[in-house]
Write a protein that binds this ligand. Structure first.
Ligand code: ADP
Ligand code: ADP
Length: 217
């Protein structure tokens, strides 16, 4: 089960700043939820805590019925698409997408079919043997998303800065993550400070301000 539940989730930085303040929320398995609010309201901090990039100060995150902290990272099946995705420039697209699966010692045939399936889904089958440094920004973004989904995540975390540079890139990224959510039922959390964009997606919106949820619509 890939529902997510936050109970009194709080993040206080060492300087005393409270960036997430007692947030409780339930997200159903397969839901697509947008976190919207002004810059600095704590949206990304929530994603980073779910992704394990940031410690939780107090409160809890449950994945299904289990406390996230009790699940081994390799069993969490969470994938993140953030801006500073590091693709290996001198490796080709295929190897970049396969890397995480190879670290898990999956059989070659399984890795191969997963990489090819994700590539077909994202429309990048033709560029798999090309080096990252030779790719357009649009294709690099697709490879980074492909790398996130080859592990068949149950939960996908996407920060708007993943594609902030360019409006076309952003709408393409949104199309892709909506399609992933629809086809595979991947629970998806998307963070944006753009109100028009949040509304246009016609999905549940969690409104945040100063570390708190102010509304859900
Ligand atoms: P959002 O994603 O909504 O723009 P963030 O979650 O990135 O906001 O940040 C929330 C707040 O936490 C911001 O005001 C930011 O300045 C602050 N913050 C982030 N990291 C630290 C840190 N290491 N120490 C103190 N404050 C921080
Ligand atoms: P498995 O645990 O073998 O991945 P799943 O029931 O999770 O099985 O998925 C069934 C099939 O759906 C997978 O073999 C794969 O083809 C596809 N799939 C599932 N989730 C994703 C995803 N997030 N991205 C891409 N393909 C996926």
């Amino acid at each position: 089960m890939a529902s997510l539940t936050f109970e009194h989730l709080t993040k206080t930085y060492p300087n005393g700043f409270i960036s997430v303040n007692d947030v409780s929320l339930h997200i159903d398995d397969g839901e697509f939820v947008i976190f919207h609010g002004p810059s600095g309201c704590g949206k990304s901090t929530i994603l980073r805590m779910i992704g394990g990039l940031e410690d939780i100060t107090s409160g809890s995150i449950y994945l299904g019925t289990d406390l996230l902290n009790d699940i081994l990272p390799r069993d969490r099946r969470l994938a993140m698409a953030f801006q500073n995705y590091t693709l290996y420039r001198h490796f080709n697209a295929y190897d970049n997408m396969a890397l995480g699966l190879r670290l898990r010692d999956l059989p070659r045939t399984v890795i191969d079919s997963r990489v090819k399936e994700a590539a077909a889904f994202l429309g990048i089958s033709e560029i798999l043997d090309r080096k990252i440094r030779a790719l357009s920004e649009a294709d690099k973004q697709r490879v980074a998303l492909g790398r996130a989904i080859v592990c068949h995540p149950k939960v996908l975390l996407v920060d708007e800065d993943f594609a902030r540079q360019n409006d076309d890139r952003r709408s393409e990224m949104l199309r892709d993550i909506l399609a992933i959510n629809k086809k595979y039922g991947t629970t998806t959390l998307y963070v944006t400070n753009n109100y028009e964009e949040a509304v246009s997606l016609k999905k549940k919106i969690v409104f945040m301000k100063e570390g708190k949820i102010t509304d859900i619509g």
